[in-house]
Design a protein around this ligand. Sequence first.
Ligand SMILES: [Fe+2]
Length: 215
Amino acid sequence: MSINPLKIIQFELGPMDNFAYIIICEETNNCMIVDPAWDPQKFIRTIEQNSLTLSGILLTHGHHDHTNGVNQILNYKNCPIYYSIGEIKFEPPKTANIAQVKHNDKVKLGNQTIAVLATPGHSSDHISFYTNPNLISGDALFIDGCGRCDLPSSNIEDMYHTLFNVILSLPEETLIHPGHNYSDKKTDTIKNQKKTNRFLRSKNKKEFIRKRNGF
Ligand SMILES: [Fe+2]
């Protein structure tokens, strides 16, 4: 698999230690924002100061702490939102410009592509965005943690599948870019996380479920 030269800028914002991202195709200066929340002006300033063109919004899932800046970004520029249809129920965006995406879809950003991975568990239709060597994992995988599975559309068995069959099937050098800063590291490789993330160290589904349920 070839390395995809997309640049990723990480933003830590809001009272829940959220991470949002701007992904940039440096060949074309096109960019997309992932999970714009809490401080939309910060994204807009970054876009303007770097003479970027915003070509889309990517949403990992529909929870308010990942989406509460969407409408202000749309007021700045009416760009498409790449969204998993099952997540729209949480906080429907004020736009008809929604490009529904599902597992294995490819989103074009400038001269590059970003792959959509279905990563349910924290919420029923949660997705992650993969652009070798980077994975933006939302509230599926955190550094040394994983998303809650006790929320209304959560499913703990789906989370096990997401972590062990979807995310751990990516190359070990993959860099994880999570949806919250719940660790002393802001990013890490899958290789390291297999050693230090207690959820990924589960020997089987039963052990994972026991740990995730807090026992
Ligand atoms: Fe969430």
